[in-house]
Unconditional design. Structure first.
Ligand code: HEM
Ligand code: SF4
Ligand code: FES
Lengths: 249, 224
């Protein structure tokens, strides 16, 4: 395949940055999107040019590290991660525009790499269970209905990639934060810190400068894990309920 | 900061206020629409003028109207605050964005609201201001004197530009409610498979029927 790549190049956080165009002639449609970048980068290194910096780790769709805003979609045209996107999703001769995630809370580090530590700080503010759970209990000791277990698991499949923020016109992190709040609010282990978790995670989300939700649904439509908007409604309930009834006066 | 002000100043709290004021405005629209039907009564405005006097003098309605003014102001100011905050959350935009991941109306609530706001200012100046403080002609029914608001409305609705403005604004309102009604329930955390279809259907019905009937009245009066 022949591909024309229009890629955002930016030397560092303070550089203004601009698009640069690269022509690739010999791309296999079985390559993943990141493998195409590997080929391009090898070429750039041979030519003594600065390779294009991008984030990646597992390359199997589970770590959430890969980013890239491709042709107007986070992770490209398919509802998956960039590492799991293949060149067969494009046509021979296509021009592909690749940009970094854009959000005040995800500042560009270099080229396509953005700093997503704002997500880490939201997690640190309450996305955990700190009670000592002791040894492994008997499987039947803590009864949880299958439906609840499934819903909690679905919420827990969020990989923290930030595509929801990238897709949202308001750069809102509601889908991510709501998945994390929901996952623990539905299970018995999460009850002890249930209210403070909702309060603190929302406060930290606001602190980081993410936008407010206008319920466009773009986040869920683009989320590689298909996290549902029901989680956002649940977080709204959790937060308002916690604010009205928690011990935190 | 007290728990209440911290809740209300969070992004979630601000949205809750948008949703509650928005839904209150929907109930106002329904009442307003029912009143407007009397414009079509074909009695030279008698029933409409009597109704208008009742609406501006009855103490319960008057008190509710102050709540309504406050609701509008809060809805508009909070809309501006949220829209600006949301803009600030993405200081550098994308070169290319997709539009197939969400509805147009959901992405343009600010623009749609602005259309409604422009309409509101003109509408209030022409009718509400005239009714309260304007030099308005009077009509006498059964020996009592009434302000003849009907003649003012009738005059405006014979102006094609006013009818067009009215119709375009109602299309704006249509899209605003098309997204806004169901969005308000989601904001309030009311999302449950038992009711979601009902809320959606009700929202689409309200979004289409209310503005369509509002717009039908000036169109009918213009054509007559
Ligand atoms: C009769 C008039 C109006 C009605 C019935 C109405 C109704 C609503 C409803 C039900 C919502 C949904 C709330 C939510 O998403 O939770 C909403 C949102 C909104 N309204 Fe209105 N509205 C009216 C007038 C206006 C005006 C005049 C403005 C403009 C300045 C405006 C601007 C907005 C904006 C920007 C939103 C989205 C806010 C957000 O989701 O963050 N609206 N409206
Ligand atoms: S909710 Fe979806 S898009 Fe957002 S961080 Fe989690 S996996 Fe990524
Ligand atoms: S590199 Fe891990 S999800 Fe893509």
């Amino acid at each position: 395949m022949k591909i024309k790549l229009k890629v955002w190049r930016q030397k560092n956080a303070s550089d203004k940055g601009n698009f640069k165009t690269y022509d690739l002639d010999d791309i296999s449609e079985d390559m993943s999107f990141l493998e195409m970048f590997d080929i391009l980068n090898e070429d750039l290194v041979k030519k003594n040019e600065d390779p294009i910096h991008f984030d990646h780790d597992c390359r199997e769709g589970i770590c959430g590290m890969c980013s890239m805003y491709i042709n107007g979609h986070p992770h490209g045209p398919k509802q998956t991660t960039t590492c799991q996107l293949h060149m067969r999703s494009f046509k021979d001769g296509d021009t592909i525009t690749v940009e970094p995630w854009r959000a005040k809370s995800f500042p560009v580090v270099k080229d396509l790499v953005v700093d997503r530590s704002s997500f880490d700080r939201v997690m640190q503010s309450g996305g955990y269970v700190s009670v000592n759970t002791g040894g492994v209990p008997d499987a039947n000791e803590i009864p949880i209905p299958k439906k609840i277990a499934d819903e909690a698991f679905d919420a827990a499949t969020c990989i923290g990639c930030g595509a929801c923020v990238a897709a949202c016109k308001n750069a809102s992190a509601m889908l991510f934060v709501s998945a994390k709040v929901s996952q623990l609010a539905m299970l018995p282990q999460g009850q002890v810190e249930r209210k403070s978790r909702a309060e603190n995670m929302v406060a930290q989300m606001d602190e980081e400068g993410f936008g407010a939700c206008t319920n466009t649904g773009a986040c869920s439509a683009e989320c590689p894990k298909g996290i549902s908007l029901e989680n956002i409604a649940r977080m709204n309930r959790e937060y308002l309920g916690a604010k009205a009834s928690s011990d935190n006066l | 900061m007290s728990w209440f002000s911290s809740a209300m100043s969070s992004t979630l709290g601000k949205k809750v206020l948008m949703a509650l004021t928005g839904l209150f405005l929907v109930t106002f629209l329904i009442v307003h629409l029912i009143g407007n039907f009397q414009l079509l009564a074909n009695d030279d405005g008698q029933s409409f003028n009597i109704y208008a006097k009742f609406m501006t003098t009855n103490p319960v309605i008057k008190t509710t109207s102050y709540l309504l003014y406050a609701t509008f102001i809060v809805h508009i100011i909070w809309a501006i605050i949220l829209t600006l905050q949301n803009r600030k959350s993405r200081p550098v935009g994308y070169a290319q964005t997709a539009s197939n991941n969400s509805t147009w109306s959901s992405r343009n609530m600010g623009i749609l609201g602005t259309i409604i706001l422009i309409f509101l200012v003109i509408h209030l100046r022409n009718f509400w201001y005239e009714m309260h403080w304007g030099g308005i002609p009077t009509a006498t029914y059964d020996g009592s004197e009434y302000k003849d608001l009907f003649s003012i409305v009738d005059f405006s609705f014979n102006n094609i530009f006013y009818v067009l403005l009215y119709t375009i604004s109602m299309i704006g309102l249509m899209f605003h409610l098309y997204h806004g009604f169901k969005s308000a329930f989601q904001t309030l955390g009311l999302n449950h498979p038992k009711y979601n279809n009902l809320i959606k259907g009700l929202g689409y019905g309200i979004a289409i029927i209310i503005p369509a009937l509002f717009a039908a009245i000036p169109i009918i009066m213009y054509l007559n």
